[in-house]
Ligand binder design. Sequence first.
Ligand SMILES: [Zn+2]
Length: 61
Amino acid sequence: MGTWSTGTDEFTCKCGARYKAHYKDFPERDKGTFNCTLCGEEVHSWKGTRDYMKWELMVPE
Ligand SMILES: [Zn+2]
């Protein structure tokens, strides 16, 4: 039982690309990384109980 918190977070790559990611706090520790789909640089890495998923590129208007 228990409530897992979820939400969204925003990250900016070195190349200027902006991403929105959904996160969820899991009871188990996990780790991962996300690399920019445009330049290949690492945008964010995480380790712990918060897992990120559903990365979306935020296209500037
Ligand atoms: Zn990039």
